[in-house]
Ligand binder design. Structure first.
Ligand code: SF4
Length: 232
């Protein structure tokens, strides 16, 4: 992590992102199992596609029993637009079966009474569920103050100079050490939207970026060119 990162700078970024993007739920359902399926579908899929597939899935399979007993062909037709339908259907079915075995029903809201580490560990051991997905479910539906780091959040944090770790899944604890619990939800959604819309992988739109004053990448990019750099 860069030495110039201070608590004040982190809070300025959190406040600015919240002013700019608010605290949207990004379409995440309120039930934790629904959200587990929703977030799993959104991995490696465009947001509009995964949202459409999720809605279709809920319409075609009004309960999880019908999803588990459906013929593969029916599942394929529903999941195919999101890609990787074989893998997704195998993992989703295995995860749902395990939940039913462990809880006795398709309801995991009691996880909210668990310790954070135990809840993360349980969810991320379900078939096909990464730690990021587990953290998303806990953050969006169960009130845990955890910080999921996806590729967009990772890119923004890296350019800000908050982490030097190469992969998003290596940064959860490090970024949680920087972002106070009450800011984690708004930072997560704000950085995610900022990474999609402004701090893009190629050609980030630094000139219109609301957090450029706190950004290490921006300072380095315009070093020696003070006329262009708005941060002096
Ligand atoms: S100034 Fe540029 S690199 Fe830095 S966060 Fe904004 S868009 Fe990303």
């Amino acid at each position: 992590m860069s030495k110039v990162v201070t608590d004040t700078s982190v809070l300025r970024v959190c406040r600015t992102l919240r002013q700019r993007y608010g605290r949207p739920r990004l379409g995440n359902p309120t039930d934790p199992i629904d959200d587990l399926v929703f977030v799993t579908l959104s991995n490696k899929s465009a947001p509009n596609v995964s949202e459409r597939v999720y809605k279709d899935l809920k319409q075609k399979f009004p309960n999880w029993e019908s999803f588990l007993s459906a013929p593969s062909l029916r599942l394929r037709n529903v999941l195919r637009p999101a890609g990787l339908w074989r893998k997704r259907s195998r993992y989703l079915r295995a995860a749902l079966r395990k939940i039913f075995r462990d809880f006795g029903h398709f309801d995991i809201r009691s996880l909210k009474n668990w310790e954070t580490d135990r809840a993360i560990s349980y969810l991320s051991r379900l078939p096909g569920v990464s730690e990021k997905v587990a953290r998303c479910v806990l953050l969006y539906t169960l009130g845990f103050k955890v910080l999921p780091v996806d590729v967009h959040v990772h890119r923004v944090a890296t350019r800000l100079g908050w982490t030097k770790r190469r992969r998003p899944d290596q940064c959860h604890s490090e970024l949680e050490g920087l972002v106070p619990p009450r800011w984690r939800f708004s930072f997560h959604v704000g950085a995610l939207l900022h990474g999609r819309e402004v701090c893009r992988p190629r050609e980030p739109k630094c000139e219109v970026c609301c957090i450029r004053r706190e950004c290490e990448y921006y300072r380095k990019k315009y070093r020696g060119n003070k006329r262009k750099c708005i941060v002096q």
